[in-house]
Design a protein around this ligand. Structure first.
Ligand SMILES: [Zn+2]
Length: 436
């Protein structure tokens, strides 16, 4: 068999199947995985144009950051240690109203994309203003993006009203329809920032166009009690009534889950995108990951924006999710290391409607791959590489990253990024925002 590239590794964790394969290799042609097989067998049967050997490394599917606001890197550390409503209404929204524009989003997303790629994240789902600029930044570094057709019930420099938000997002969807690295999702901000008529309209678009959808939901107990007071129903129940729930529906956060919520999510085959570090930092509450998983709800992981995390490190997010799930369930077997890796890869791809294309090292899928170097002294000895990945590694262990078979990170650094130019831009934004 011919291959353009053969990557030999000490271990491969393809996620699907959920096995750890020692001394295996991944063969790639036309940007896609063509085989995952024992290295000894690959050496006999595969004629590769290029061979890369990573003999102390674990190959995993590229990580999928299922929920972020990438350009918020420009507000990293701008307002910390505050409750969600004060943080949003007194700090983040005013700063965004003043500063967010196409250049802001391009620079902020470029910083985010570089950070994510260097941490092994090959796909991110973005919910932010000026999504066209975010797509350009992701593509500049060759990263896969699921762009949110953002809708929020107040005007911004990007759009004047709900219909303009929708029209602009749908136009982008048309423009990038055939692009192999770009896909779309509806991204209404939250049930309390988007009115009922707009949410019902989005439900009809979902039915027509078939895109996935994600929305901030049940982020805090206050959100649920406000909804009960104003509408006589919990937010999830309202969205269900509007026709928004289904296999393409993802609830981001979901710290408040009663039996009816659990039943609705499971029945509709919906996903929950868990953002543990953001929930911890804003004291939003605790998502009952273990209970959701037991009910059969798909779990994905997201970092949320860099202003509420404050990094975009999916390895750290796996660790936080695995630790938090155990504390919340009072059960140390909750969200094991392999389950955390599943949530950070295939679970995310499924929530974003792209699991046929990425999320596991399975023949036929795009070769979205991260190589994690386990040779560092502080990772020794290695009984279980997946345990090391989730509980011990940091993003600095990611040495190489491929997206659709193209190498985008080598030696832990993004290829082709003018880092000093980006640093200057980031510092210029800091100065303008802070000194205004
Ligand atoms: Zn968010």
């Amino acid at each position: 068999m011919q291959a353009e590239l053969l990557i030999k590794a000490r271990w491969v964790a393809p996620v699907d199947p959920p096995k750890l394969l020692p001394d295996h290799a991944v063969a790639i042609a036309d940007g896609r995985v063509t085989a995952v097989l024992p290295t000894a067998e690959a050496e006999r049967s595969i004629e590769a144009e290029r061979i890369i050997e990573r003999d102390s490394h674990l190959l995993i599917p590229g990580l999928v950051n299922a929920h972020t606001h990438a350009a918020m890197t420009l507000l990293r550390g701008y307002a910390d240690d505050l409750p969600l409503d004060t943080w949003l209404q007194k700090h983040i929204w005013p700063a965004e109203t003043r500063w967010v524009g196409a250049d802001y989003v391009r620079d902020g997303t470029l910083a985010a994309a570089a950070e994510m790629l260097e941490g092994g994240t090959t796909t991110f789902a973005d919910m932010y203003f000026f999504p066209g600029s975010a797509i350009e930044a992701a593509l500049e570094l060759g990263q896969r993006i699921v762009s949110g057709i953002i809708v929020i019930g107040f005007p911004s420099k990007y759009a004047a009203d709900a219909q303009e938000y929708l029209d602009k997002g749908l136009a982008l969807n048309d423009r990038y329809r055939a692009h192999p690295l770009v896909s779309f999702m509806f991204a209404p901000h939250a049930p309390y920032t988007v009115d009922e008529a707009t949410l019902r309209k989005i439900a009809s678009y979902v039915g027509e166009i078939g895109l996935p959808l994600q929305i901030h939901l049940h982020e805090t107990a206050q959100e649920v009690s406000d909804s009960l007071e104003q509408h006589g129903a919990r937010p999830l129940a309202r969205l269900d009534e509007f026709g928004l729930l289904g296999p393409g529906f993802s609830a981001v956060h979901m710290t408040q889950v009663d039996d009816a919520d659990l039943d609705a999510l499971a029945r509709q085959k919906a996903s929950v995108i868990h953002c543990p570090q953001s929930n911890l930092k804003l004291a939003s509450g605790f998502c009952p990951v273990d209970r959701l998983q037991e009910a059969g709800v798909n779990i994905a992981l997201g970092t949320d924006g860099a202003a509420s995390n404050n990094d975009l490190d999916m390895i750290g997010e796996m660790r936080s999710a695995a630790l938090l799930a155990k504390a919340v369930a009072n059960n140390p077997t909750a969200l094991s290391a392999p389950q955390a890796l599943h949530a950070a890869t295939l679970g995310g791809a499924r929530a974003l409607g792209i699991d046929e294309h990425t999320g596991s090292l399975t023949p036929g899928k795009w070769a979205d791959i991260a190589a994690v170097d386990l040779s560092d002294l502080r990772l020794q000895p290695i009984y279980d590489p997946l345990s090391q990945l989730v509980y011990t590694c940091g993003p600095e262990q990611v040495s190489d990253v491929w997206v659709a078979g193209e190498q985008r990170v080598s030696g832990g650094r993004v290829d082709g990024l003018d880092e000093s130019d980006l640093r200057t831009r980031l510092e210029n934004w800091r100065r303008r925002i802070q000194e205004s």
